[in-house]
Design a protein around this ligand. Structure first.
Ligand code: FES
Length: 132
């Protein structure tokens, strides 16, 4: 099921109700079973995301290096909370739990580009880049 979900999200940008219905019918599964998989993995979206997607690591190594304060700064700079998309559709802010960059924590990923040693200075630069 995961390759199907990835392919659909890659094509349409989200896994909507119609996709869940079709997958359940084709794989002879209940809609609840399909929906359970979609909701288990944070990368699958039920809503469209913004033009930019900023993922910030909230796991332990990054927390120990100050990611909570950085996350608060990002929410203020972007004017949205984690899990939200800005009203202009410019950015979606998401929490992730380890990007494999613990050695350069705190870490984030903007549109697939990894960012290590996230700092207050980098927060300002990221917010500026996202607004462009
Ligand atoms: S805990 Fe943040 S990158 Fe691993």
């Amino acid at each position: 099921m995961l390759p199907i979900l990835h392919a659909l999200q890659g094509r349409f940008g989200l896994i909507g109700e119609e996709a869940v219905r079709l997958i359940s019918a084709e794989l002879n599964l209940s809609r609840a079973e399909v929906y359970g998989v979609v909701s288990f993995y944070h990368d699958f979206r039920k809503e469209p995301h913004g033009r930019h997607v900023l993922k910030v690591c909230r796991a332990e190594a990054c927390q120990s290096m100050g990611s909570d304060a950085i996350a608060d700064s990002l929410e203020r700079a972007l004017g949205i909370k984690f899990g939200e998309t800005s009203a202009d559709g410019q950015v979606t802010l998401e929490a992730v739990y380890c990007l494999g960059l613990c050695a350069v924590a705190p870490s984030a990923m903007l549109d697939g580009r990894l960012i290590g040693r996230l700092s207050e200075a980098k927060v300002a630069l990221l917010a500026e880049e996202i607004r462009l």
